[in-house]
Design a protein around this ligand. Structure first.
Ligand SMILES: *[C@@H]1O[C@H](CO)[C@@H](O)[C@H](O)[C@H]1NC(C)=O
Ligand SMILES: *[C@@H]1O[C@H](CO)[C@@H](O)[C@H](O)[C@H]1NC(C)=O
Ligand SMILES: *[C@@H]1O[C@H](CO)[C@@H](O)[C@H](O)[C@H]1NC(C)=O
Ligand SMILES: *[C@@H]1O[C@H](CO)[C@@H](O)[C@H](O)[C@H]1NC(C)=O
Ligand SMILES: *[C@@H]1O[C@H](CO)[C@@H](O)[C@H](O)[C@H]1NC(C)=O
Length: 942
């Protein structure tokens, strides 16, 4: 499900009400139906034949005498004049299969609705185009694929057309739409229209079109001629182009004539309102006129002032800039009394202070987060009694927020003030006029203790008061705040004491990381789905809390960086839903328990920095979803198990660094076709480097499909789901330092076999690993020469061969690697002239300890004969900012990682995560709740 389904849900709801009404109407009428014709009946039976109807939804469709009148069949409606079948409504019947061509016999059909059935990725049949009387056609959410048949052009009476959310359909052009001149409602959301250059021309000339809904269609920006010169239909009321590739040129089309617009959604496009586009010069004078009337001010066109009926404006997730007061100015010209919903969040460029908004008498949603707003929030916002949602999060607002800001906000349900420089100063006994559902006050300053007014909020779903400087202990009332509480984030404070060890109920998502909590970990916590206790002072034996419940619903458990000690209990059979487990940086000891092999869902397993001993239990080979496995800095021993390669096909990150593994590298590791980071450094591994390295498919490929290694999952929560997501992080030696990777971990491709006892030659197969960014073979006993094609590794930024017994000359090809920023060949037996190439000469310390090397940058000059062929190889400038460093590289130290990339990284990651939260929304049928939670998720993730 996606964001936009909410709108669909709303529509469905409306339609349901409408049809319930119709049905009641029909029941109460003396229906003079004369029964359908034999031909229509046969057509319907053929249609049924093509379908699998496991739930017997079409039970009434039969040949028996008593069933003969098909007008009485479920979902079939006949005209009360002619008796012909005019309507077929089979929405949401769980039908599966094909649509029989016999359907065409229903020539009087005006209404066909097959929404929410499953046509198993078949094409939308051409013959639908022959149902020439259709007025209403809904084939959405029906699992069709392939090209939309242009045969639909013959449906000239069509008023309503919805093909949305068939994820696999596309169109190459939409010219055929022009025949459908009665069309009022058009929804092609999530159809791939990337190749339809003239999409705007096609919809623009539909004279009666009211609703244009093309969400997530990959729409290309319209060409200037199409948006400015052509006559537009003036009937549009709702335009929803959420999540496409549009640019500000779309404004010119919208602003010229569409004065009836009520609902406009251009969110998550590439709108950039800072300047008039450059193609200015090439335009006809007509176009020029249209453009000048749409001159942009504050990121939106002046002509928006004429949209007197506008109620909802969604421009979030673009790159608009300019002053907020200009936007408000434009909107206040005409729509002031009716305007309800403004979302311009996540543009990161809207500036200025928050103006007086009290003239917007109907404003309910004010969503301005993720911009550059500054100054104070005006106190008179407290007079805007219609407000239901306020989001100012992630700006640069300052000053003190007091009761006055909320004095008449009786209806407020959603409040975000996160990540500004705001001080919250309320009277000790303040009783707010509202009952909030989402309280998102991350990084505010609310005082040293938990504010008492929170106690009055009995409907809270989401509470985030992280990073507020709270030093208090957790009051017991907080756990009883609301039985609906769904997310509680108290992280990054200095909260002391324990987490209510007598409690039995906790919210499904609880984050108390980065505090000073200690004492026991209550066993009831294992009923939680998402639990982050990391970076506290919990000093307890692992056995004291892990095994106390059966069948835990935990999907995410982070207890890293505490003082958990002792043996891990052997009860992991109860954690089958666990996707993420981080026990790193504790004092766990003894063996890794065999029941960890029951972690069938596990994708990320971090046991690093503990005192685990012994061999890896072979049962772990059952964890077939394992993607990241970090065992670094333990005392594990034994040989590297073959099953790591043979049984864990998804393994992407494998870190065995700093253990006591011995024996040779099993060739099975070459089965790890997804591996990106293979770190076996600092063990006692002997033998040769396997030749099969070229089987590591991902490492043989340049580039990467995604910047992060992202996981999303569903957990149980009441009747519905609770879904979550996270990005993996790992540390790795990077250009000689230990570095943390998270927001760019997906880009890292690295092999580190350093500090072992490897012997033999470097296999030439290594030069097939074209994607490698870092290769560290240092501190082994490798012999032979550097493979002559080493220069094939064009992505290589860090290459360390130091402290081996490599001999021979340095291959000239090494100087071709333009990105190389760290090179160490020291302490080997290399000889001859260092090849000339810009950066090879810049690595001053790369060649020491090779007495027979000569030439720059070494002081030792080469004998005359060496000077021969060494023509300088022209390469690019020394690359100080390679793939990883170029804006992606996190840091050498944690502080910076958390401070800057922590914020921006999660922002990126969570845009994708937002979608997964919508399953949870099944729980909440109330539209307002839904809206509030949408914004919450967005803001929580900001
Ligand atoms: C039945 O016929 C009447 C009279 O023409 C019409 O007004 C009504 O809308 C029809 N009912 C349905 C359900 O089509
Ligand atoms: C549309 O209808 C016309 C006239 O009935 C027919 O000739 C034509 O083939 C139809 N077009 C498509 C694409 O089915
Ligand atoms: C625009 O509309 C006018 C009047 O309806 C018509 O004469 C003209 O041809 C139209 N222009 C275009 C480009 O469609
Ligand atoms: C918990 O909060 C910390 C700090 O605010 C954050 O870094 C971490 O990602 C959060 N954990 C989860 C599971 O969301
Ligand atoms: C490497 O890949 C080739 C071809 O896919 C395969 O035949 C061979 O068995 C693989 N070798 C190893 C050790 O995985």
């Amino acid at each position: 499900m996606t964001l936009t389904n909410i709108d669909h849900e709303k529509q469905i709801y409306c339609f349901k009400v409408f049809y319930a009404f119709l049905v009641v109407l029909l029941l109460h009428m003396n229906n003079p139906c004369i029964g359908c014709s034999e031909r229509e009946m046969q057509a319907l039976l053929a249609f049924k034949q093509g379908l699998v109807d496991d739930d017997n939804r079409l039970l009434s469709w039969g040949r028996e005498v008593q069933d003969k009148d098909c007008c009485q069949w479920a979902g079939v409606y006949c005209s009360n004049h002619t008796g012909h079948v005019v309507k077929l409504d089979l929405e949401d019947q769980f039908l599966q299969g094909t649509i029989s061509p016999k359907l065409v016999e229903l020539q009087n059909l005006e209404y066909l609705n097959l929404r929410f059935n499953n046509f198993s990725r078949r094409q939308i049949p051409d013959f639908i185009g022959s149902l020439s009387n259709l007025r209403y056609l809904d084939l959405s959410y029906a699992n069709f694929r392939g090209e939309i048949p242009y045969h639909l052009e013959n449906l000239t009476h069509l008023e309503y057309l919805d093909l949305s959310s068939n994820r696999f359909i596309y169109a190459k052009n939409l010219n055929w739409l022009s025949n459908l001149s009665c069309l009022k409602h058009l929804d092609f959301s999530f159809t791939d229209l990337a190749g339809v250059v003239g999409w705007l021309e096609a919809v623009n000339i539909l004279p009666k079109l009211r609703n244009l809904i093309l969400q997530g269609c990959n729409l290309p920006p319209p060409t200037i001629s199409s948006v400015s010169v052509m006559n537009s239909s003036k009937s549009l009321v709702r335009v929803d182009l959420f999540r496409n590739n549009l640019q500000s040129s779309i404004f010119q089309w919208l602003s010229s004539t569409h004065t009836n617009l009520v609902h406009l959604d251009l969110s998550w496009n590439n709108l950039n309102g800072s300047s008039i586009p450059d193609y200015f010069g090439n335009m006809s004078s007509l176009a020029y006129l249209a453009l000048s009337s749409s001159r942009l001010k504050g990121g939106i066109p002046n002509s928006f002032a004429k949209l007197c009926r506008l109620r909802e404006l969604h421009l979030e997730g673009n790159s608009l800039s300019g002053q907020l007061s200009d936007i408000i100015d434009i909107l206040s010209k005409c729509a002031q009394n009716t305007f309800e919903y403004l979302d311009i969040s996540d543009n990161h460029g809207i500036m200025g202070s928050v103006p007086d908004l009290t003239n917007f008498l109907s404003l309910k949603y004010l969503v301005l987060g993720g911009n550059k707003l500054s100054g104070r929030i005006p106190e008179n916002i407290g007079q805007m009694s219609k407000l239901e949602a306020i989001d100012f999060g992630g700006n640069s607002l300052e000053g003190v927020i007091s009761e006055i800001h909320f004095s008449k906000l009786f209806k407020l349900k959603y409040l975000s003030l996160s990540s500004n420089s705001l001080v919250l100063n309320f009277h000790f006994d303040w009783v707010p006029p509202f009952q909030l559902e989402s309280i998102i006050l991350r990084s505010c300053k609310m005082g040293l203790s938990f504010p008492k007014w929170l106690q009055t909020q009995k409907s809270v779903l989401i509470l985030d008061i992280s990073d507020n400087g709270i030093t208090d202990t957790i009051p017991s009332w907080i756990w009883d705040l609301s039985h609906k509480l769904f997310v509680m984030d108290l992280s990054h404070n200095q909260i002391r004491g324990t987490i209510g060890n007598l409690r039995s109920e906790f919210p499904p998502k609880l984050n108390v990381s980065w505090n000073q909590l200690e004492g026991p970990i209550p066993s009831a916590l294992s009923k939680v789905t998402f639990l982050d206790l990391s970076n506290n002072k919990f000093s307890v034996a692992a056995a004291s809390f892990l095994c106390t419940t059966k069948d835990s619903s935990l999907a995410f458990l982070d207890i890293s960086s505490n003082h958990i000690f002792g043996e891990l209990p052997d009860c992991w059979i109860h954690f089958k839903k666990l996707v993420f487990l981080d026990l790193s940086n504790n004092s766990l000891s003894e063996k890794i328990p065999t029941t960890m092999g029951y972690l069938f869902s596990i994708e990320t397993l971090r046991l690093n920095n503990n005192g685990f001993v012994g061999e890896l239990p072979s049962q772990l080979k059952n964890c077939r979803n394992l993607t990241l496995f970090n065992l670094a800095e333990n005392k594990l021993s034994g040989s590297i198990p073959e099953w790591l390669g043979a049984s864990l096909p998804n393994l992407t990150i494998l870190i065995l660094q700093s253990n006591n593994f011995y024996g040779s590298i099993p060739p099975q590791l070459c089965h790890l076709t997804r591996i990106q980071l293979l770190d076996l450094s600092m063990n006692n591994i002997s033998g040769t480097i396997p030749k099969c390295l070229n089987n590591l498919t991902t490492l043989t490929q340049k580039g990467s499909s995604s910047q992060t290694i992202h996981h999303s999952f569903l957990g149980d929560y009441l009747r519905g789901y609770f879904s979550g997501c996270y990005d993996d992080e790992a540390s790795s030696t990077w250009k000689g330092f230990r570095a943390e990777f998270k927001s760019n971990l997906g880009l890292l491709k690295s092999i580190d076999l350093s500090s072992n006892k490897l012997i033999g030659e470097i296999p030439s197969e290594i030069t097939y690993l074209l994607g490698l960014i870092s290769l560290n073979l240092s501190r082994n006993q490798l012999t032979g020469q550097i493979p002559s094609r080493i220069g094939n590794l064009q992505e290589l930024e860090s290459f360390d061969l130091s402290r081996n017994q490599i001999n021979g000359r340095i291959p000239t090809s090494l100087s071709w690697i333009a990105r190389l920023a760290k090179l160490d060949l020291s302490e080997n037996n290399l000889f001859g002239k260092i090849p000339i190439g810009t950066q090879l000469q810049s690595f001053d310390y790369a060649y020491g300890g090779n007495p027979l090397l000569c030439g720059a940058p070494l002081p030792k000059t080469c004998p005359e004969e060496e000077k021969g062929p060494g023509q300088p190889v022209l390469v690019n400038q020394v690359s100080q900012d390679g793939l990883i460093t170029q804006g992606y590289y996190i840091s050498m130290g944690l502080g910076f990682a958390v401070g800057f990339w922590g914020v921006c990284g999660t922002l990126l990651l969570n845009r994708s995560c937002r979608h997964t939260y919508f399953d949870f929304l099944n729980l909440l049928n109330d539209w307002l709740h839904v809206k509030a939670v949408i914004i919450s998720q967005k803001v929580l993730n900001r």
